[in-house]
Write a protein that binds this ligand. Structure first.
Ligand code: GLU
Ligand code: MG
Length: 448
């Protein structure tokens, strides 16, 4: 286990001046306060002070009226020394992910990272460790006369797209390597300027920490090239959406509990119950995994984001997709993908919610419905209704209502986290639904 002293030593070795204490808001924004290297050890131990109001702040920096989150009161940003990295895209700067702690030294009830730790522990006690990997799509743009213009107009997986961004991507991969974040694949995807990056899986909390670092790195490296990288779910109304797909599998004693070699699709009864739990809670879960106003311009039928409550094998129109296995590593490659997710989410809340939903499936030994092996939009409406295939929430407002109505998710959150989260995200709905397309784009493009 790394200590405060280890971090100070590393910071001095790397000749750092500042170390960012990073956290993610209820609005999905990554925020930070930085400590000077002098005094760093003390700040690691007792945290940096933060107004208690901060988790009531929305994505427009409008503070929402939430009881106990006003001008009076303080929490502490207490970093986890294990997460320390030198940040390659910021001069002489390091970073660490934090827990939000009360002055008593207990985790604050609104702390997203502590919520995920609680969920990971509950799951571990029952079934094992959730390994999670994020697959981020994002858009690379230049700013011309105040407008975001994609860096290329290349075709899907086209090498012309690869060439257009190759200097940036080389620097991006280098920055990830230096932070010891494992890269799996990179390519230029369907939309103009669209890139996709998949990173290695890790236990839930570390995966969420790394998702914050990856988002920071994607944007930070772009900024060094005078570009803007955006992980907004629908960066341009007429262009492909950016998914932040979440892959997951469950491990115990070195074995993938999701894997059953005897099953035709390789999925164990445990995996099926976990999937059933996710499907049962999917509308409310969307309020966490695809939580922004802009998210619902992405989750529409026939855009490969998954718009109906269903699961399927290699089905890219199913929000819950079971990918086919890799030859020779069948057990290791058994996993499930949640496609109804994007990088405007707070990854701790999204993965914690996913665990709560999956756990409900395990605890109640739920069975998933028949998988859907066609595009669900092509199934006649009456058949869809008979098979209980429903349209996922079509707006942020609907998704938040479904979250509010989902007792499993809100009880897992606890009252402080639920109330502040819903207040923040609902206020964004109020603001953006009253505005126009330009306001929506400005409000998401350079914030995620
Ligand atoms: N861009 C699609 C999305 O919004 C995903 C395309 C793919 O399957 O990679 O999720
Ligand atoms: Mg993709």
């Amino acid at each position: 286990m790394a200590s405060a002293q280890d971090v100070v030593e590393k910071a001095r070795e790397a000749d750092l001046r500042l170390v960012r204490f990073l956290w993610c808001g209820n609005d999905g924004t990554v925020r930070a306060k930085a400590s000077a290297v002098g005094g760093l050890e003390g700040r690691i131990e007792s945290g940096i002070g933060l107004t208690v109001a901060m988790q009531a702040m929305n994505g427009l920096d409008h503070l929402q009226p939430v009881e106990g989150m006003g001008p009076v009161g303080e929490i502490r940003l207490v970093p986890d020394p294990e997460t320390f990295r030198v940040l390659p895209y910021a001069p002489r700067t390091g970073g660490m992910l934090v827990d939000l702690m009360q002055l008593s030294g207990e985790p604050a009830p609104q702390c997203p990272r502590s919520f995920l730790k609680r969920m990971a522990t509950r799951l571990e006690e029952r079934a094992g460790v959730l390994e999670v990997a994020f697959e981020n799509e994002f858009s690379l743009a230049r700013v011309e006369d105040g407008a975001f213009v994609p860096v290329d107009s290349s075709l899907c997986f086209s090498t012309i797209g690869l060439t257009a961004s190759q200097e940036y991507v080389d620097a991006l991969v280098d920055a990830l390597e230096r932070q010891e974040i494992g890269l799996e694949q990179y390519y230029a995807e369907l939309g103009h300027g669209q890139q996709e990056l998949s990173t290695a899986h890790a236990p839930a909390v570390r995966a969420a920490d790394e998702q914050v670092l990856v988002r920071e790195t994607i944007r930070g490296v772009a900024s060094g090239f005078g570009l803007v990288a955006s992980l907004a779910p629908k960066p341009w109304p007429e262009n492909a959406g950016n998914g932040g797909h979440i892959h997951f599998s469950l491990w115990k004693d070195g074995k993938n509990v999701f894997h059953d070699p005897a099953a035709e699709d390789g999925l164990s009864a445990t995996a099926r119950s976990f999937v059933a739990g996710i499907l049962r809670h999917l509308p409310g879960l969307c309020g966490l995994t695809a939580p922004s106003f802009n998210s619902y311009h992405r989750i529409v039928p026939q855009y490969w984001a998954g718009a109906f409550t269903c699961w399927g094998h290699d089905n890219r129109e199913a929000p819950v997709r079971v990918p086919s296995l890799f030859w020779g590593s069948e057990e290791a490659s058994t996993n499930v993908e949640l496609k109804a997710a994007d990088a405007s989410c707070n990854p701790y809340l999204a993965v914690g919610g996913l665990i709560a939903a999956g756990l409900d499936g395990l605890e109640r030994e739920l069975e998933p419905p028949e998988p859907v092996e066609v595009d669900p939009a092509t199934i006649p409406e009456d058949e869809r209704a008979r098979r209980r295939i429903y349209r996922l929430p079509a707006t942020q407002e609907r998704a938040l209502d479904a979250l509010y109505d989902d007792d499993v998710l809100t009880v897992a959150f606890g009252p402080t986290l639920s109330t502040s989260y819903l207040a923040v995200r609902r206020s964004e709905w109020e603001a953006y639904s009253a505005g126009d397309e330009t306001f929506e784009q400005q409000g998401h493009f350079s914030k995620y």
